[in-house]
Design a protein around this ligand. Structure first.
Ligand code: NAD
Length: 383
């Protein structure tokens, strides 16, 4: 059985789907691991390190592989080079990548999407959304602290006291809680708001004050938020305005699965911020929590510098790759049958069990068909 690690080709993607320290986990399952040349280069991992770990370097690694792992979905040219029946494991945002899904289906590829791994306890070690949100949340706080031309912490000196920065975080999921915890560690005074009822306690548990707007909470299924009505969104914006006007740094991380990011902060709200304020919008790529934010750019709105996130986990490619690779290896391990009584390193076969809810839930295409129901419905609606 052969597993190939694809070099990422999409603009700005610096991560890699397998790191040398995890090659041994796959060879122990019975896989030959082949890595495309330079695959780890942007994450500062050399081809030699992969070879020392037991992999081979092969420019043609994907063509005869049983499984191809990558961070971003493979592009169409490369999908067409795969054998029918090959499995791919990558992020695959089906809403935005319909053309790729069609090609995967038509080429008979069994495609697994890391963002569709169900968020159940048994799948926590395969939860790439969480691992990458952790990186993005940390980075958002560091970016805010770096852009702000003042201290985050309180400083009491003989020459006088320096007041700590006021940070507001909107959205307290995995990324938001990490942004809060990192800002706290740097000494800022942090306030945070989330629409889910459970979030208030989670916000307090990482040391921030929970902002209570006395609005109804919006619990959706599976611990996620529900979308707001326009009326509630407007009230939420009105009530948040004074908190944002008082903040030195605003970090936004709010999302609703499968939808555009909710617009939580208008340009007029940002215009009320003090000179020198900074805004970090982690949701810029999916529509933005802040009106006027641009992914990958810093724009000026009123007195504030507004930083729009673009593939933020890739900005820390080493740790992001290590965490992602661990998620991928755990998912591949779940789908590998090692055979009863077989010695380690012998007899591993890639054999996804579609009765397993993790396997079934994360599979997008298999055997010429789209198995992920919402994607199939969207494709039928589009044709
Ligand atoms: P996410 O990326 O989908 O959204 C980020 C946050 O934005 C969420 O907390 C959401 O409530 C919030 N939000 C949405 N609309 C908002 C609005 N209008 N105003 C303010 N905030 C808004 O979330 P996530 O990080 O993926 O986590 C979502 C939930 O999933 C959490 O309850 C988390 O604990 C849970 N979770 C469970 C598992 C697991 O069981 N394996 C793993 C990770 C996360």
């Amino acid at each position: 059985m052969k597993i190939a690690v694809a070099a990422e080709t999409r603009d700005g993607e610096a991560r890699v789907a397998l790191v040398p320290e995890l090659v041994g986990k796959l060879t122990a399952l019975g896989y030959d691991v082949a890595v495309e040349p330079g695959a780890g280069m942007h994450a500062l991992l050399s081809d030699d390190e992969y070879v020392e770990a037991g992999a081979t370097i092969d420019a043609d690694a994907i063509t005869d592989a049983d499984v191809v792992v990558s961070v971003q979905p493979l592009d169409v040219d490369r999908i067409r080079r795969l054998r029918r029946g090959t499995a791919t494991v990558s992020f695959l945002p089906t809403t935005f990548e319909q053309a790729v899904v069609v090609d995967l289906r038509d080429c008979g590829i069994t495609a697994f999407a890391m963002e569709l791994v169900p968020r159940i306890s048994r799948a926590q070690s395969m939860d790439a959304l969480s691992s990458q949100a952790l990186v993005a949340g940390y980075r958002s706080a560091i970016v805010a602290a770096g852009m702000l031309r003042r201290f985050f912490p309180l400083n009491m000196t003989a020459a006088g006291t320096v007041q700590p920065a006021d940070v507001v975080v909107l959205g307290a999921g995995v990324a938001g809680l990490q942004a809060i915890a990192t800002s706290k560690r740097l000494g800022a005074v942090v306030r945070a708001y989330d629409v889910r009822a459970a979030a208030a306690e989670e916000i307090r548990s990482v040391g921030a004050k929970s902002i209570d707007l006395e609005l109804e909470t919006l619990e959706g299924s599976g611990g996620y938020a529900r979308e707001m009505t326009e009326d509630r969104a407007a009230r939420q914006r009105d009530l948040l305005t004074p908190y944002i006007a008082a903040a030195d740094a605003l970090i936004t991380t709010a999302a609703v699965p499968g939808r555009q990011a909710p617009m939580l902060v208008t340009a007029a709200m940002v215009e009320q911020m003090k000179p020198g304020s900074v805004v970090v919008d982690l949701a810029a790529e999916t529509g933005g929590n802040v009106e006027g934010s641009v992914p990958g750019e810093v724009v000026r709105i009123g007195n504030a510098q507004v930083w729009g996130g673009r593939n933020v986990p890739s900005q820390m490619p080493g740790p992001a790759s290590r965490l992602y690779a661990q998620n991928v290896v755990n998912l591949v391990t779940l789908m590998t049958a090692t055979g009863e009584g077989s010695a380690e390193g012998e007899g591993g076969t890639f054999a996804p069990d579609f009765d397993d809810e993790i396997v079934a839930g994360s599979c997008v295409t298999h055997d010429g068909a789209v198995r992920h129901e919402p994607t199939r419905a969207a494709l039928e609606g589009a044709s």
